[in-house]
Design a protein around this ligand. Structure first.
Ligand code: GDP
Ligand code: MG
Length: 203
């Protein structure tokens, strides 16, 4: 856990195939906007989301792959010191769920201690994946449940991330004092290595 001066900070990384809605989710969390014509960008972006857990302020440092995932160049730096991994698929494409298996394996390698959340996005559209298939996938990979959300309508997002913040912070409340904060914005070179943002990055 890092400490920003405004409260303990937990790093949360978004993972999943291109087009599932990670950047849309990021924008909902960042400034509650949605762009129907969201275009893929490159680089890595992060923002801080302020949450309350038992009346205590905590920060979620949300990291979005912002298009880099298409090159499969996410490095261990993206995952490093992550407290939570959010695996996103779209309910409209079965392949996006099956490809999550690889992201789950990568996360298991790079940040095995992170809390995990499985998110099915685009709940506002007609669904290609039936509930049983999704639940079987969740069971196989050890998720308690699936959070169904829509970045378009904003459904389910606040609840999912409140539960995540609760899960992250409640067990930590009696643990050791926090360490200094990490940076907020980083970019990647075409080799997939990180370039430090203006505030630097301690992760
Ligand atoms: N209908 C609908 N479209 C969405 C939703 N979330 C994202 N999209 C659209 O899906 C496309 C891909 O989203 P994007 O956030 O760029 O996905 P990313 O590649 O995972 O970052 C964009 O056109 C978004 O507008 C949603 O909940 N409902
Ligand atoms: Mg994106």
């Amino acid at each position: 856990m890092a400490y920003s001066g405004r409260g303990p900070t937990y790093k949360v990384v978004l993972l999943g195939e291109l087009g599932v809605g990670k950047t849309s989710l990021f924008k909902r969390l960042k400034d509650n906007t949605f762009d129907e014509y969201q275009t893929a960008t490159t680089g890595i972006d992060s923002c801080t989301k302020v949450m309350k857990v038992d009346n205590e302020q905590v920060m979620l440092s949300i990291w979005d792959t912002a298009g880099v995932e298409r090159f499969r160049t996410l490095t261990r730096n993206y995952y490093r010191n992550a407290h939570a991994t959010v695996f996103v698929y779209t309910l409209t494409e079965a392949s996006s769920l099956h490809y999550l298996a690889q992201w789950i394996r990568d996360a298991q390698n790079f940040c095995p201690d992170a809390i995990r959340m499985l998110v099915g996005n685009k709940n506002d559209l007609e669904q290609e994946i039936d509930q049983n298939t999704a639940q079987a996938f969740a069971n196989l990979h050890g998720f308690d449940n699936i959070k169904f959300i829509s970045c378009k309508t904003n459904e389910g997002i606040q609840e999912a991330f409140q539960q995540l913040a609760d899960e992250l912070h409640k067990p930590k409340k009696k643990s050791s004092p926090p360490t200094p904060d990490d940076g907020t914005i980083v970019d990647v070179t075409d080799k997939g290595d990180f370039v430090k943002g203006s505030r630097g990055c301690a992760c």
